[in-house]
Write a protein that binds this ligand. Structure first.
Ligand code: 13P
Length: 249
């Protein structure tokens, strides 16, 4: 099954407005004509400016979160309506930094996933275990729980707009990368679990990205694994010099 490689940058809470616009325009030039799928996850406050830059390019504009509800009295929240108004096409949801720093539950993540999909957006759903889970031999169990809880109520048709990002929490921003073999083992498990939740066709088609200290030096080995279809990149996505080489892998 040939799946498109999907390389995404999660800028997290970084860059100034000027840096965001410059980085986006450098990426538009560097990735022009390339056939992989590309996405950048931009801080809310810069989405409008970056949207003007990536419009008409082959780079998908993503937000790093969205509200679980429609417009209304929800102070500080940003709705899917507002995001679509700015040209946003995708939302990163379930990131470990939101799960563990902000305390987002799988129930809330599921509401956001369904809201984004019902509103026609793509979702990049992040899952992954803590170091303690891995050391206790529970990595697969944690990923299975997150998948079934976060995708509850998502239809087979909607799964065409869902990407899974496996991000072992102990590998995020730490310089520690899962070995290609360890990452592949979980990716294979995740694909098998999607087959159980849906069917083999959905599992064969779903793109599963790896995230956690991915850079140009380790990306080729990771992306060579049969079930690793791309990457969700944090630190190395903040400069065109470090992100573009991964996109070209
Ligand atoms: P790093 O690439 O900085 O480890 O971050 C990975 C990540 O969390 C992407 O969402």
């Amino acid at each position: 099954m040939a799946r498109t490689h999907y390389i995404a940058g999660n800028w997290k809470m970084n860059t100034s407005k000027a840096e965001a616009v410059k980085l986006a325009s450098d990426l538009v030039s560097a990735l022009k004509g390339k056939t992989n799928k590309f996405m950048i996850g931009v801080p809310f406050v810069y989405l409008d400016a970056v949207s003007q830059v990536v419009k008409g390019s082959n780079i998908i504009l993503a937000a790093q979160d969205c509200a679980a509800t429609a417009n209304g009295a929800h102070t500080g929240e940003v709705s899917t309506e507002m995001l679509k108004d700015l040209g946003v096409q995708c939302v990163i949801l379930g990131h470990s930094e939101r799960r563990h720093e902000i305390g987002e539950s799988d129930e809330l993540i599921n509401k956001k996933v369904r809201r984004a999909l019902n509103e026609g957006l793509e979702v990049d759903l992040c899952i992954g275990e803590l170091l303690a889970d891995r050391e206790a031999g529970n990595a697969e169990q944690v990923c299975a729980f997150q998948l079934s809880a976060d995708l509850a109520g998502v239809t087979e048709e909607q799964m065409k707009r869902v990407t899974i990002a496996y991000e072992p929490v102990w590998a995020i921003g730490t310089g520690k990368t899962a070995t290609p073999e360890d990452a592949e083992a979980i990716h294979k498990f995740v694909r098998g679990y999607i087959a159980k939740l849906y069917n083999q066709k959905v599992a064969d088609e779903v793109i599963i990205q790896y995230g956690g200290s991915m850079k140009a030096s380790n990306a080729p080995e990771l992306l060579a694994q049969p079930d690793i279809d791309g990457g969700l990149i944090g630190g190395a996505s903040l400069k065109a010099e470090t992100f573009v080489p991964i996109c070209e892998c």
